[in-house]
Write a protein that binds this ligand. Sequence first.
Ligand SMILES: Nc1ncnc2c1ncn2[C@@H]1O[C@H](COP(=O)(O)OP(=O)(O)OP(=O)(O)O)[C@@H](O)[C@H]1O
Ligand SMILES: [Mg+2]
Length: 311
Amino acid sequence: MTERVKSGVFGLNEQLDGGFIRYSTSVVIGASGAGKTTFATQFLRRGLEMGEDGIFITLDEAPDQIVREAAMMGWEDITKYLDNGQLVFIDASGKQFTDFIQKELSDFVEEWEGHNARIVVDPLTPVLWSVDSKYEQRELVSFLLREVRRIGTVLCTLEEHGSQGDLSGPDIVIPMYLADCVVHLRYTSKESPERRELKIVKSRASKHSRFSHPYRIMKGAGIMVLPVEHKVKKVRRSTDMELLYKRIEAQYQKMISGVPKKKRAKLPREVFTNIRRTLNYLSEDNFGDLDPAEATALILGEYDLNIEGSD
Ligand SMILES: Nc1ncnc2c1ncn2[C@@H]1O[C@H](COP(=O)(O)OP(=O)(O)OP(=O)(O)O)[C@@H](O)[C@H]1O
Ligand SMILES: [Mg+2]
């Protein structure tokens, strides 16, 4: 059976037939501000909490800026993984990284051989722009993906520049063809940029969702993918946050008590701390148009747990 890794993006795994296939390659395409870096960080962090290694190859933003943004998202624990060496950053321009791919990648992969890592390239776009012909672009990306997947599960982000939904440029088409899984983050209308949808364009060897799923970005949780049938509800501004927190806390306690001992051992203690942290953030933050129970269920679902505590 194909082994899957949890994406770390709440609500996405069930649309992906269980998650990303381990040692597969995925691309996440989106316009500026769609949530690509957030997606990538969530994906890495999910591996880190399970004890995996994380390699963040950043082509655009400095590592300390990514760490700052992660902290603003409520993920300040990311520094802990930098300190213990589980997470490493590679900071390069498109041209520098292309040189690295051509000259040093094979040695790098050899060094990491046998590791069970998650690797992010955010964004891959400047790498494609650093060579002249489509042929070279294809060779370069193909070599990169083939090599890097030897040491873990790969996720590359791609910038979408053209008009919304146009995925026909070579800097998008080439990686799309080569990757095993393609996720598109898109704005549904220019008029209301807060309305965003996620679509799985393809996912090899998976019975994946064919629909466009609305998604939200929330402090503490990051990207949350909602079921297609999600209805925008009238938000009750009068929600008593204290009461809400108690309710979530009760759900959390119930969940802990509902996890069979055997399964509890398989989930590192850290996972529970993180679930707790995420729920805490949500209780303080605005749930937007999400029902608190709905949001909680999405978070617990990432860990194959449910609110009822049954299994
Ligand atoms: N603390 C936060 N709480 C809620 N939403 C946030 C928070 N921080 C960022 N966002 C949302 O996340 C979006 C930015 O996400 P991200 O940086 O992942 O996008 P991106 O696709 O990587 O953009 P770019 O192409 O510019 O790098 C913002 O547009 C905003 O809507
Ligand atoms: Mg980004």
